[in-house]
Design a protein around this ligand. Structure first.
Ligand SMILES: NC(=O)C1=CN([C@@H]2O[C@H](COP(=O)(O)OP(=O)(O)OC[C@H]3O[C@@H](n4cnc5c(N)ncnc54)[C@H](OP(=O)(O)O)[C@@H]3O)[C@@H](O)[C@H]2O)C=CC1
Ligand SMILES: O=C(O)CCC(=O)C(=O)O
Length: 426
């Protein structure tokens, strides 16, 4: 196949998540020498839905929210991906996140395409009753395009297992029977899997420990910082500390804390539970949240939002290894700077894939109505994460490309092969 033009059908603002996702795809398409037609097909979402969500607030006022569901690709199976509640959500962000889900599922060889959803809302400003109404209305609006064989949402920023229970109930009430497989990341009491809440963090740390050793660093003598202390960041900090890594700094959207001898992560979790933020934790000192990314440590785990490592700060990153717990934390401009400085970057589509792997296990268990033990889930998760790590390392070495390029090339090739095998003229 020949590479002619490498323009993509969706124009995206430079530096934003969609431009970054497209730049990563373009690099993979160039390596694979795909045609521009195939490139455009891989770059374009198969289906997008934008919905208005009228919300009756508890005080009687009516507010109109906007929600999205983007299904990027179905070539390898039903679409799969999280649902985000954040004020920063827009259609381009959801498009990027959906594309990354396609590559993640292909890389880890779970039988899904990629999707993502979002609502532009700051969930902290709404009561639980309001969030339930928003979730139920959003689910009703996107109901025609989701389902266990079509598209299966899961938690992401600002959503959790309670959100998934509301989605599952709304879908089930509409179709007339209980459909646990329409979402994953549900509570165990309604068909969730043991081990799903901790799966993304466990996977991040399994990869982080392997990456540290690959870089010649002994985890028990290593230091780390974690950006974000939500579902992914808090678990990552905890599992790193349990593995003997000294977690010296942690941040959330309100600020950052630092302790040279290592933060007591369970005590910090109790503080956050009580106060809502890492700020003010007694066992550490306050530090500048941007400076946290530039600390002289062995391991940096960005586990919050996109674009935090960019052309303006990449040159100052002193961590030897970056393991991307978040989706898209490193911009396309930052990648070559980090590479030139010898920083080993383990890409999101590999590092944070533990969540979708256990979501897949949840879907399989639900479909068979047969439940696995926590250790079965954890053992199978570790096997898949470490096999994918070895595979990406091998491709990187064989082709002389970065880990991100190796992961993306592997995934894109699998998606293209599935698409072409199914035939071009359905
Ligand atoms: N949940 C999952 O299973 C998976 C999540 N991911 C990705 O991991 C990342 C985090 O998701 P998740 O943990 O689920 O989301 P959560 O909503 O549980 O947590 C997000 C965390 O990021 C923090 N945060 C937000 N903005 C900033 C900022 N500018 N600086 C520092 N911290 C910030 C939040 O702070 P605060 O607490 O103050 O609001 C919060 O601690 C996202 O990129 C997501 O897409 C990837 C794979 C699976
Ligand atoms: O568990 C899932 O299905 C998807 C999780 C997710 O949104 C992600 O991996 O980014």
């Amino acid at each position: 196949m020949t590479t002619e033009l490498l323009t993509t059908p969706l124009s995206a603002p430079a530096g934003g998540p969609l431009a970054n996702a497209q730049a990563q795809l373009t690099a993979a398409v160039e390596t694979l020498s795909y045609s521009s037609g195939l490139h455009q097909l891989l770059a374009s979402p198969r289906r997008e839905m934008t919905v208005s969500i009228p919300l009756h607030r508890d005080n009687g006022e009516v507010e109109l929210l906007t929600g999205y569901r983007v299904q990027h690709n179905f070539s390898r199976g039903p679409a799969k991906g999280g649902l985000r509640y954040s004020p920063a959500v827009d259609l381009d962000e959801v498009r990027a996140l959906a594309m990354w889900m396609t590559w993640k599922c292909a890389l880890l060889d779970v039988p899904y395409g990629g999707a993502k959803g979002g609502i532009t809302i700051d969930p902290r400003n709404y009561s639980a009753r309001e969030l339930e109404r928003v979730t139920r209305r959003y689910t009703s609006e996107i109901l025609p395009i989701i389902g266990p064989e079509k598209d299966i949402p899961a938690p992401d920023i600002g959503t959790d297992e309670r959100t998934m229970a509301w989605m599952m109930d709304t879908y089930s009430v509409n179709v007339g029977y209980t459909v646990p497989g329409v979402v994953t990341g549900k509570p165990v009491s309604v068909g969730g899997s043991l081990g799903r809440p901790s799966a993304t963090s466990r996977g991040v740390v399994q990869i982080a420990l392997a990456a540290l050793r690959h870089a010649g660093l002994e985890p028990g003598r290593s230091t780390a910082v974690v950006q974000g202390f939500g579902k992914v960041g808090s678990g990552a900090a905890l599992f790193l500390a349990e593995a003997g890594v000294k977690v010296q700094a942690i941040s959330d959207q309100y600020g950052a804390i630092y302790a040279a001898d290592g933060i007591d992560v369970p005590a910090l979790a109790a503080h956050v539970e009580a106060t809502g933020s890492v700020v003010g934790f007694g066992g550490a000192e306050a530090m500048d949240a941007d400076a946290l990314l530039e600390l002289d440590v062995d391991l940096l785990v960005p586990a919050a939002v996109e674009g935090v490592l960019h052309s303006g700060n990449a040159d100052r990153v002193r961590a030897k290894v970056v393991v991307e717990g978040a989706n898209g934390p490193t911009t396309a401009e930052a990648d070559p700077i980090l590479q030139a400085n010898g920083v080993l970057v383990v890409p999101d589509i590999l590092a944070n894939a533990g969540g979708v792997i256990v979501s897949y296990f949840e879907w399989v268990q639900g479909n068979q109505a047969y439940w696995w033990t926590a250790s079965e889930v954890e053992d199978r998760l570790a096997q898949r994460m470490l096999a994918a790590w070895e595979n990406v390392l091998a491709v990187s070495k064989a082709r002389g490309i970065t880990l991100r390029e190796a992961a993306t090339v592997t995934a894109v090739e699998r998606v293209a092969e599935a698409h072409l095998t199914r035939g071009l003229y359905p």
